[in-house]
Design a protein around this ligand. Structure first.
Ligand code: IMP
Ligand code: MG
Length: 171
């Protein structure tokens, strides 16, 4: 498996876009209800850490984890491995994803979150890869639309490797 010779998206570009996303999100959440960031483990960890520091809003953080991938191929099955313990009813909830591919994972997570009866439920994804979308969802906020390639870095992995890279690379 080889990496592209330059990053698909550089750390500088990511930093600027995350600041832009934080402004977009900040403009939509007035702060009347508590905003809960529900961060999808493990891939959205670094994005969420940067996004929450760029947001000029009081937030709380919960984690959710689903399993949908082994290596580079999607199995199509989504198992929920970890769910938030905090009550989400009546709260503003923002699901924070690293990447939308088929959309199955986000769609399962959104339907579970919906069942908790939040006041609002929105989705932000750092990367949007619409080429293989199966589930009929689109993000409320997306950092970058990318072509159908497998990417690593800035939290995203291939078999648990490369998450620590500051830039995003295509394999
Ligand atoms: P989906 O259910 O097909 O939308 O897949 C979403 C999940 O698959 C993401 O949360 C990632 O964990 C993983 N995934 C999809 N594409 C990539 C990629 O290019 N690099 C790393 N992980 C990916
Ligand atoms: Mg993921």
């Amino acid at each position: 498996m080889s990496m592209s010779d330059k990053p698909l998206i550089s750390a500088d570009e990511i930093e600027r876009r995350v600041a832009g996303l934080a402004r977009e999100i900040g403009a939509d959440f007035t702060g009347d209800a508590e905003l809960v960031l529900v961060v999808v483990l493990k891939g959205a960890l670094i994005f969420a850490a940067d996004l929450m520091r760029a947001l000029d809003l009081p937030v709380s953080v919960e984690f959710i984890q689903a399993e949908s991938y082994t290596g580079k191929g999607s199995t199509g099955d989504v198992n929920l491995l970890h769910l938030p313990k905090a009550r989400l009813a009546g709260k503003d909830v923002l699901l924070v994803e690293d990447i939308l591919d088929t959309g199955r994972t986000a769609s399962e997570l959104l339907s579970w979150l919906n069942s908790q009866e939040p006041a609002r439920l929105l989705l932000v994804t750092l990367l949007d890869k619409p080429a293989k979308r199966i589930a009929p969802i689109s993000p409320d906020y997306a950092g970058f639309e990318i072509p159908d390639c497998f990417v690593v870095g800035y939290g995203l992995d291939h078999d648990q490797k490369h998450r620590q890279l500051p830039d995003i690379w295509a394999l």
